[in-house]
Write a protein that binds this ligand. Sequence first.
Ligand SMILES: [Zn+2]
Length: 319
Amino acid sequence: MVHMTDAGELRLRAPTLCDVWTPGVMRAGCRKHPVGAPNLQPPVADCGCGLYAVHPHAPQAVRRLVRGLRHGMVAGVVEAWGRIEVSFAGLRAQYARPVVLFSDRSVCGSVPIYLGELASIYGAEVVEVDGPEGLTAHLRGLNGIPEGTLRELLGDPRQIALVPTRPRRRWARCEQVVESGFRAELLRHDVVNERVPLRPPRDGVELAVEPADGTEPVLQTRAFGLLREVTLAAEGDRVAVWDRRGRVRGGYVTANQRAARAMLRTGTLARAVIVRQSRSRGSGERRAITVLATEVPEVLAEIGPSRLRVTLDPDDPPI
Ligand SMILES: [Zn+2]
């Protein structure tokens, strides 16, 4: 934001806190972590301190800059160094310096008249752009942290969240069954907090499974509780579902068998988890299960009314 000090000097200041950016190099401060304390230099891991920036290639970068420009803020590019904490969306840095201030021809307002003076105070360059397309083109030419490096540092930007669903009654094979369990959603961390439906088969595919032997209630065993990891194996032209240690064959995949075979063949299957079940309303016996097979390594379950999110650990007891 544009800021005028009590002495009448033009400055930049942070949009959320009132910290004024010092001309030249800006050093991050923190109210909780005083500058100079060893190992507690901002950005500190469990604190919000640091100088924030979004990566130029992050999908939200253009959106944020355009929104800032349209709301009378100053948008630009910084050079950042020192201690840096990265996320898929952006980074928090210890030091930064503005190098570009954008002037958007499609926006009229009072900010552009200050830009020239601000740029000379901070040693930055004013770059004229034309709306979102102009910004996109400019950001594409910048050297941010490459996406491949981010993935190496942070792992897979995708996680699967399992959201509890209400029990549903329906008829199957002349008996009423109650279906209960979880619905899967994809969390994308390369986009801030975005939840999107799964794009099967790449993110995950649901497999309907029927018991291997109708007379033996293998699906009743504790090993096949909800949120339990299972192992898929190709057996002839079928795909079998085993418990994680390969001791009990629980059944065969009946729907989406082709997708399951393709994942096995390409070795992309990272997790297979039992997410839903149907029980007979009369006897309570388990009639069918749904397995989520995914190449996304991390699966989280939302548990309880407060939607606490926990990483699914294969050794946790089944729910
Ligand atoms: Zn701090």
